[in-house]
Design a protein around this ligand. Structure first.
Ligand SMILES: [Zn+2]
Length: 271
């Protein structure tokens, strides 16, 4: 840019540098941590990835600039780039998800959703579908009735938009169609193993027919259909436990691959 600067263009140039220091983004507040006397460090989910930012004076009741910032708010932000942390200079609340406030059960489910999405989100890695999903999930958890079911739905959606959707229709080993019988979920292989391939695999977990139906239904239906679904306690517990195992395995692999990439990057820049 400096190369094109003429004497007349100098002022314009410093203007554009100033503009680049400041940027706008939509964000959802995933986590907040008190900092210094009246500041707070926020973990934000944006369509452009995860971001930590400083809200100066945010804990002062009179803070007008950033008074519209709170946990699980969807906000429009102005930020100034900083050496370590970007600073929030303006905030406007777009959606407060009122149903979450003052309802411990709903709020607790939102906390879990926030933790889950935070673990799948990467810094500086664009993921608009993950952002849209979190915005929707907070709406579900603020308004819908069967919170555990909507949480399972969220878990499957998070896996899908992160590129880890389990294959529930074909055996991940022999590729035959999955038949309506007990089959086996295998996280490392990314889906179900059929009744021939599954038995004897130490990491494979048997899945009842009912649990398979619920998993498939949640994976392939939209919100109106989820609202109509009723799942018995035993089946729900099975689905919950299967998904927990699947998520834990996937997150561990994700963490390892991120650590591997970081190490690779360090080694490449140090040579
Ligand atoms: Zn098979």
């Amino acid at each position: 840019m400096a190369r094109t600067a003429s004497s007349a263009g100098l002022a314009k140039d410093s203007d554009s540098v100033r503009q680049e220091r400041v940027y706008r983004t939509e964000a959802i507040v995933l986590r907040e941590m008190d900092y210094a006397e009246a500041d707070r460090i926020l973990t934000l989910l944006t369509p452009g990835g995860k971001l930590s930012a400083l809200g100066r004076g945010i804990r002062r009741p009179t803070s007008r600039r950033v008074g519209h910032l709170g946990l699980f708010y969807r906000v429009q932000l102005m930020l100034a780039r900083g050496r370590n942390l970007d600073t929030i200079t303006q905030a406007e609340c777009l959606e407060a998800y009122e149903g979450l406030r003052g309802d411990l059960l709903r709020f607790t489910h939102a906390c879990y959703a926030g933790e889950l999405v935070e673990r799948f989100a990467q810094e500086g890695e664009e993921n608009q579908p993950l952002y849209d999903l979190m915005a929707q999930a907070l709406r579900w958890l603020a308004e819908e009735h069967d919170l555990p079911l909507w949480t399972r739905y969220l878990e499957l959606r998070v896996l899908s938009v992160s590129g880890y959707q389990p294959d529930l229709f074909h055996c991940v080993n022999c590729h035959r169609d999955i038949q309506p019988e007990v089959n086996y979920l295998h996280a490392a292989q990314g889906g179900l193993l059929c009744a021939r391939c599954g038995p004897g695999q130490p990491q494979a977990r048997a899945v009842s027919l009912n649990a398979q139906k619920v998993l498939r239904y949640l994976q392939t239906h939209d919100t109106a259909d989820v609202r109509a679904l009723k799942v018995g306690n035993a089946t729900h517990s099975e689905v919950e436990s299967l998904l927990r195992g699947y998520l834990e395995y996937t997150l561990e692999r994700e963490l390892k691959s991120v650590a591997f990439l970081q190490r690779l990057r360090r080694e490449m820049t140090s040579t």
